[in-house]
Design a protein around this ligand. Sequence first.
Ligand code: GLN
Length: 443
Amino acid sequence: MTPFENAKTLNKKYNCFLEVFEAGKYPASSGKLDGMTVAIKDVLALKDAHLTCGSKFLENFTSLYSATCVERLQKAGAVFIGKTNMDEFAMGSSNENSAYGAVLNPWDITKVPGGSSGGSAVSVACGAVRLALGTDTGGSIRQPAAFCGTVGLKPTYGRISRYGLTAFASSFDTVGSFSQTLEDAASALEVMAGHDDHDMTSVNIPVEEYSLGSQKDVRGLRIGIPKEYFGEGIEPDIREAIEATKKKLEKTGCLLIPVSLPHTKYAVAVYYILTTAEASSNLARFDGIRYGKRAKESATLLETYVRSRSEGFGPEVKRRIMLGTYVLSSGYYDAYYIRAQKVRRLIKEDFINVFKECDALLTPTTPTTAFKIGDKINDPLAMYLNDIFTVSANISGNPAISIPVGLDRNGLPIGAQIITKDFDEMNLFAIGKEIFEELKMKN
Ligand code: GLN
């Protein structure tokens, strides 16, 4: 069976792809990634492929160019298999906000795969591809990686160009990857990272040989255990798995030290004020004129806007646009938007300070393992709280990774998160390989 046929078969079980390509549509060149099968989250542009962003609005939209990260992978020899399912415009934690149906978790098909890059996580977990691209604005790579038992890498903000990524919250959005191994994540990062003239926020710091990270000695590294990440609401099996992970690190010669990030309690609030504000502005371009579907039979221009947006966006996207417009409106701008910007700075300073004491942080990726489809979809607040351990690294921009470290009593994957200093992806790989557990699916 070709990888394309394999992906099509698996897609029938899990609904993880929105498009599987015909063999030969994107011929691979030879290079560092020679023949690596890759799936692309449908929020990243690939020339001549659909770009739906999980939305009805863009059902028939086709990309005119490729995202920089996608182009770099292609030049390095990646074989593109398809575009993956996702929460609409990357808003969600369960993939239930996709206009194209929920994605099922291959570990237990009654459970969500996490979101918003749920399709990418599943495409790797079920064996359809070796690597999948995702985007992480508040946890959308790390949380589904934890739920599906894969490695999930969110590099430093600015490490990979965002050119060709449909913006959700531009000062948070980060391109990254899902893979079965740390080696694949490292070699793909090596290829994708680095400055790009098309994205002014992509930095010019030299790209390291991340694939050497697995050979790096971790003895003597100081691992901070932030007390704010071990409070109430964490499932006991996750707590236990993280305790076991700590022991492993101690055995390898790392030093564990208790640390504190005192402004953590404001992170979810700050995240949902600032990202909705940015989203309300970014999504203004979907007006039925320039992109996507136009509502029929509107008498005036205003009516065209209103009807196209009412018909094109799903409920979660509308909720975020309204929240964002509210926090930016005159009268509330100072109380919410400006205040949240100030707290963003305090959260960044927490990280700057803590990394004077330690080289990396270890936390759970999520407070729970994969939850049931339908369980949280009618309770946005419960859904938002699932991001509690992941949003901070997007508020601060620090690199972070989720590593599979075991299974809970129901056989569902558990992820541990490592966070390091800005642009120190090397230590994510070095520490990651010491705690990595290969998880075996029964069926
Ligand atoms: N779950 C978060 C949200 O709904 C994160 C999304 C993301 O990282 N794209 O906003």
